[in-house]
Ligand binder design. Structure first.
Ligand code: NAG
Ligand code: NAG
Ligand code: NAG
Length: 469
């Protein structure tokens, strides 16, 4: 029934519109008639007409200024009334506003006229109430859509931000919540994997690296909660932001190395280290923002060393173009504690180099990792990242099956642990970790992830260094 009425309405409006067109052409005065005397005053081209009692502007919408198209045709009277502000002006002739103009339009609110063309064109597409002409291409999150034969034809990539996945996670019992991140909006999952991760899967030799022997202490020997940021508040460096540079290999290594140098030196050296220095200069078998290996990064820190972030900041040379981005501005000479050149920026004078002792592998046993963090500071961990991880907002992360089984390797910094009781009274143990997606992501740049179950391989490969050699 409702449907029928709507159809009828559309029909009526449509027929009024076609009538209006005829009326319009009959109504129009020849252009030349006024143009000679009133060249500067275009308003004389419009004839004022008598008002009509009805709800025209409510249908038509209101317009600002003078807009002759902003009119409504009353077929039964062969008349046109207007819903633009100009209709209220006194001359020429009587006011020609539609009857409901004073109710609907004549108060100081924003004009309500929609952007839809009037009359509605026969061809074209709509989205979110907006009209788009044939052939228009728009972006819908990560896909592009083209209006073709009045239908949208869209590419079908899987987007990094998926409302259905966010809703699924937030309404489910996963122990963590998801969010829509504007920095990921418009990216495909593939792009997310490519630009926001960037740690090569560990090589055979890395996977076969001998683990430093651990004591496998019972968990009771440890505090229930531990965080390096409380233990060494001045010496732990904040989460970094790799932006769209797939170089987590460099960011996680620089972050762990800076913390460990500060702890090892008992606060003598607290500078943060330049991930960009690694990205641009550690190029042997490494691919900068297209990925690299963490053991390669540790080797470079031992043999060459890097300068501070202040000396060699991230992304500062973006505007200089790709050749500048890939250029290595500072590197060391053997045995020196400064580099072969000044810092590539005018503000920082100290081009001091920071080297690390060799890296070693920590045992994958939960309490051995805990002991290592408690005694010597944060460690580096690799992890599998599935698409749901990008949406993490807060809580204890675990991979949800709904997010598919595609994953790529990432590396992060583990710096503490804790435990919570969930709704059902179950103890949920977690690691505290720092990601490199800026502080607007997750819990101020940090995240918590299930502990003791090798969730996403987080306990599989743990690397650390003793600090400066
Ligand atoms: C997510 O954020 C983007 C950009 O901030 C916004 O355009 C989009 O409408 C949001 N999507 C959802 C599903 O909330
Ligand atoms: C460390 O690096 C960050 C940028 O990642 C910067 O904002 C901060 O000021 C630096 N801190 C120190 C002590 O240099
Ligand atoms: C560099 O090493 C020299 C001696 O080899 C030392 O005197 C100097 O203080 C060092 N500089 C820094 C910044 O550590």
């Amino acid at each position: 029934m409702r449907c029928k009425i709507q159809m009828l309405l559309i029909y009526c409006i449509a027929s009024e519109v076609s009538m209006a067109k005829q009326l319009d052409s009959r109504r129009n005065f020849p252009q030349g008639l006024y143009s000679v005397e009133d060249r500067g005053s275009a308003k004389w081209n419009r004839i004022k007409r008598s008002p009509y009692q009805g709800s025209s502007c409510r249908i038509r919408g209101c317009c600002t200024g003078r807009d002759d198209d902003c009119s409504f045709t009353i077929v039964s009277r062969g008349a046109i009334c207007y819903c633009d502000q100009y209709c209220t002006s006194g001359s020429p002739g009587p006011v020609d506003c539609c009857a409901d103009y004073w109710d609907v339009c004549n108060h100081p609110v924003e004009p309500t006229r929609s952007e839809e063309p009037w009359p509605p064109p026969a061809w074209g597409c709509y989205k979110d109430g907006r009209y788009y002409g044939e052939g228009t291409i728009i972006k819908d999150n990560c896909n592009s859509c083209k209006c073709f034969n009045s239908l949208w034809e869209c590419s079908t990539d899987v987007c990094l931000v998926r409302q259905d996945l966010i809703q699924h996670i937030n309404s489910g019992d996963y122990g963590w919540k998801a969010d829509n991140y504007s920095q990921f909006w418009g990216m495909t999952v593939e792009e997310g994997f490519k630009k926001r991760l960037g740690t090569f899967p560990p090589s055979h030799s890395l996977l076969n690296m001998r683990e430093a022997p651990g004591k496998s202490l019972p968990e009771e020997k440890f505090p229930a909660i531990f965080s390096a940021t409380y233990e060494w508040p001045e010496w732990i460096h904040d989460p970094l932001d790799q932006r769209n540079c797939g170089a987590s290999w460099a960011f996680s290594t620089a972050s762990v190395a800076a913390d460990r140098i500060a702890i090892h030196s008992k606060g003598q050296v607290t500078d943060n280290l330049s991930a960009q220095n690694l990205i641009s200069c550690d190029t042997r078998n490494q691919h900068g923002c297209n990925g690299g290996s963490i053991d390669g990064a540790w080797r470079y820190l031992r043999t060459h060393g890097v300068v501070s972030y202040a000396c060699y900041p991230s992304f500062w040379n973006k505007h200089l173009g790709p050749s500048a981005e890939n250029r290595c501005y500072v590197s060391s000479e053997h045995g020196k504690n400064y580099t072969n050149g000044p810092c590539p920026n005018a503000f920082e004078k100290s081009n001091r180099l920071y080297r690390c002792a060799s890296h070693y592998r920590v045992s994958s046993k939960e309490t051995d990792i805990m002991k290592e963090i408690m005694d010597r500071g944060p460690v580096q961990a690799i992890m599998k990242v599935y698409e749901d991880f990008f949406l993490y907002k807060e809580g204890i992360y675990r991979h949800s099956q709904k997010a598919g089984s595609k994953w790529k390797t990432h590396s992060v910094k583990l710096l503490g642990w804790g435990a919570l009781r969930d709704k059902n009274g179950q103890k949920q143990k977690f690691w505290i970790a720092a990601n490199s997606w800026g502080k607007s992501w997750g819990e101020n740049g940090y995240f918590r992830i299930l502990r003791g179950q090798n969730e996403c391989d987080i306990e599989k490969l743990i690397l650390a260094t003793l600090g400066q050699p």
